[in-house]
Design a protein around this ligand. Structure first.
Ligand code: IMP
Length: 420
């Protein structure tokens, strides 16, 4: 049996969908264990581009895919995405896709509250998909879970109380409020059909272990956006680290195996929050243009910067990362010089480990410089074909992180990924 987990090793958008899709070949089950339709996974295969937010990437290669308990499920987003992927010739049915009975639903009032809060100066720069309020409901014991839809009378009674809470908040921000019967009608129309897909994620994982199946756990967002371990408060509302595989599926035993951390050859970030190696100059613009760094979910321009080893080393420890996949090195093909952030300077003090006790906005990056490779690496699929300076860049990452770089991606297509 093989167990692999893929997590983002930066601030998201590292190309996880593509690496997951590539690793799917050897997997029998693909399990999404956190996040919701705030994620944006792009898979390019045989000339077709698939955009996934909520569905596990395994659906594209026809592997049994599971949306586990740790995920928050927007019913309308689920069916829209399903329809869009099916229109590209992929079949999705309860035969190859399950949703955990205890998964939390994302409902219209979550989205309304997310949008309302993001109007203030304390905004996080969220995807406005209602993810934060849905996870808050889970912890606040107000959430409506998939299994709850088996008893709509109780849901209706609970909704009354849930809407006291939401309407009070929305009213205080001069927003429209919700009526119970409208939300109930929405649930009947959009959420109840999800019951066709309801399964026990714990049973599926347990059985997969007993039957010696290979499992691929699909992470969304990234370690630096983890609710406990990321650059709080500029984070998402779920645990994105690999330890979440156990909690997110309700399979209590620690799930071992390889953890692949996906990182770009540079860094990007969307939304607010500190970004020490951010490039606010022409180089940043070049990376953004060449890398097409615009959000899959929101279309927002991503902030770009050099590879940050201080943050990456932190993500490796917190994320339980055992090997790295480096993507998008080809975006740096024309650079004369490539920089790697190897330390942080704060008021004359130098840090090589991510300091959580200082204001990261006040930090200056310390860079190590490498000569560029100045030749096209796009689509190269063997190590030997890569230019020497590219290889030196990868060796440098391995040396600085003490973690093997096992996979490289040199272009958007499925064929452009290889194991070193
Ligand atoms: P939320 O997850 O929509 O609440 O957004 C919280 C923060 O996480 C914001 O900075 C978002 O831009 C960021 N975020 C959420 N999902 C992703 C993702 O898939 N890629 C990159 N950033 C994300």
């Amino acid at each position: 049996m093989s167990i692999k987990t893929v997590v983002g090793a930066q601030w998201g958008d590292e190309g996880k969908g593509k690496i997951i899709d590539w690793l799917c070949e050897d997997a029998e089950h693909v399990i999404r264990f956190q996040g919701g339709n705030n994620a944006g996974h792009t898979i390019v295969s045989e000339g077709k581009t698939y955009k996934l937010s909520l569905l596990p990437s395994g659906v594209i290669s026809g592997k049994y895919s599971l949306i586990a308990s740790g995920v928050v499920v927007n019913p309308q987003a689920f069916f829209n995405e399903k329809a869009s992927i099916e229109s590209q010739g992929i079949v999705i049915s309860p035969e190859n896709l399950g949703i955990a009975e205890t998964a939390t639903l994302v409902l219209p009032y979550h989205i309304a509250l997310d949008k309302a809060r993001e109007q203030y100066s304390t905004k996080i720069g969220t995807t406005l998909k209602g993810i934060g309020p849905a996870y808050e409901d889970r912890v606040g014991r107000r959430a409506i879970r998939l299994v709850d839809l088996l008893d709509l009378e109780t849901v209706e009674a609970r909704l009354e109380n849930i809407l006291f809470h939401y309407n009070a908040l929305l009213q205080s921000m001069n927003q429209e409020t919700f009526a119970t019967h409208d939300v109930l009608a929405y649930i009947k129309e959009h959420a109840v059909p999800l019951l066709d897909y309801m399964v026990s994620d714990t049973e599926i994982v347990e059985k997969a272990f007993f039957d010696d199946k290979s499992i691929l756990f699909e992470g969304a967002q990234a370690v630096m956006l983890d609710i406990n371990h990321g650059t709080y408060p500029y984070v998402t509302s779920s645990n994105t680290v690999s330890a979440q595989t156990s909690i997110g599926t309700g399979y209590g035993y620690p799930i071992a195996g390889n953890v692949i951390g996906v990182a770009k050859a540079y860094c990007t970030r969307v939304g607010e929050g500190p970004f020490v190696s951010e490039l606010l100059d022409e180089t940043g613009d070049i990376i953004c243009q060449k890398g097409q760094e615009y959000g899959t979910v929101t279309g927002r321009k991503r902030r770009c910067g050099w590879l940050d080893i201080v943050a990456l080393n932190y993500a490796i420890v917190k994320g339980g990362i055992t090997e790295l996949a480096i993507t998008k090195g080809d975006i740096l093909d024309e650079m004369d010089e490539i920089k790697i952030c190897v330390g942080y300077k704060h008021h004359e003090k130098v840090y090589t480990k991510l300091p959580l006790t200082i204001d990261l906005y006040e930090v200056e990056p310390i860079y190590q410089s490498l000569p560029g490779w100045k030749s096209s690496t796009f689509g190269i699929t063997t190590w030997d074909q890569l230019p020497k300076n590219y290889k030196d860049f990868i060796y440098m990452i391995e040396e600085l992180t003490k973690t093997p770089v096992s996979y490289l991606s040199t272009g958007p297509d499925r064929e452009h990924t290889f194991k070193i």
